[in-house]
Design a protein around this ligand. Structure first.
Ligand code: URA
Length: 209
C-alpha cells in the first residue's frame, strides 16, 4: 500500500507479541513499548538526508557524512502516545516534543482539541506523530488536522498496531502523510477495539485498568 510501511523487523515482532499478551503487566508493557519505539525510530530515520562534511581523523582529512535536512519534532497524541516518546528520543535526542490532546464530544462524536502545545517552528520540522493504536483513525486525523492548521507540512504518523479501517481513513484524509506501523491487524470490533490488538494502550501503559 502506497505510503504505508509495516516495520516487521523480527525484534519488533517479538516485542509486540510480549505486549499483546494480556498477562504482561504495566512495568513490562511500558518497558517494551519503549524498546519498540526505539527500534521504530531507527527504521523511520532511514531516509534522513545526509550532507558531506570534512572531518580530520588522527590519520588524515576526509569527507564524511552527517545528517542534514529538517529537524525533527515528536508529537505524541495524549495520552498513549507518551509511551513512545522516550524510546524515540534515545535515537533522536535533539528532537523537540509537542503535545496534542483530544477528546470525543459525546453529543457530536467529533474530536475536540483540549490541549495543543507545539514547538514554534513546526512548519520547518519533520513531525513524527505518535499514537500506539490506529483504530478508527479519528484521533490521528484530528491531530494531523490540528497540526496542519498550525502550519505543519511534513508529517509521518507512527503507531504500533493498526486496523485496516484506520489506515484507510487516515490515508484518505491525509494522503501526504506517510504511515509507519509495527503490525496491521485484522479489524475493529463493535467497540472500536483493534482485533487481536493489545487492549487499551493507555490503560496498559499507565496501569489504569
Ligand atoms: N485504542 C486502544 O488503546 N486500543 C484499541 O484497540 C483501539 C483504540
Amino acid at each position: 500500500m502506497e505510503n504505508v510501511t509495516v516495520l516487521d523487523h523480527p525484534l519488533i515482532q517479538h516485542k509486540l507479541t510480549i505486549i499483546r499478551d494480556k498477562n504482561t503487566g504495566t512495568k513490562s508493557f511500558r518497558e517494551v513499548v519503549d524498546e519498540i519505539a526505539r527500534l521504530m525510530a531507527y527504521e523511520i530515520t532511514r531516509d534522513m538526508p545526509l550532507e558531506d562534511v570534512e572531518v580530520e581523523t588522527p590519520v588524515a582529512k576526509a569527507m564524511m557524512k552527517q545528517i542534514s535536512g529538517k529537524k525533527v519534532a515528536l508529537i505524541p497524541i495524549l495520552r498513549a502516545g507518551l509511551g513512545m516518546v522516550d524510546g524515540m528520543l534515545d535515537l533522536i535526542p535533539a528532537a523537540k516534543v509537542g503535545h496534542v490532546g483530544l477528546y470525543r464530544d459525546p453529543e457530536t462524536l467529533e474530536a475536540v482539541e483540549y490541549f495543543v502545545k507545539l514547538p514554534s517552528d513546526i512548519s520547518e520540522r519533520q513531525l513524527l506523530v505518535l499514537d500506539p493504536m490506529l483504530a478508527t483513525g479519528a484521533s490521528a486525523i484530528a491531530a494531523i488536522d490540528a497540526l496542519k492548521k498550525r502550519g505543519a507540512d511534513s508529517l509521518k504518523f507512527v503507531c504500533l498496531v493498526a486496523a485496516p479501517e484506520g489506515v484507510e481513513a487516515l490515508r484518505k484524509a491525509h494522503p501526504d502523510v506517510d504511515i509507519y506501523l509495527a503490525a496491521l491487524d485484522e479489524k475493529l470490533d463493535e467497540s472500536a477495539y483493534i482485533v487481536p490488538g493489545l487492549g487499551d494502550a493507555g490503560d496498559r501503559l499507565f496501569g489504569t485498568l
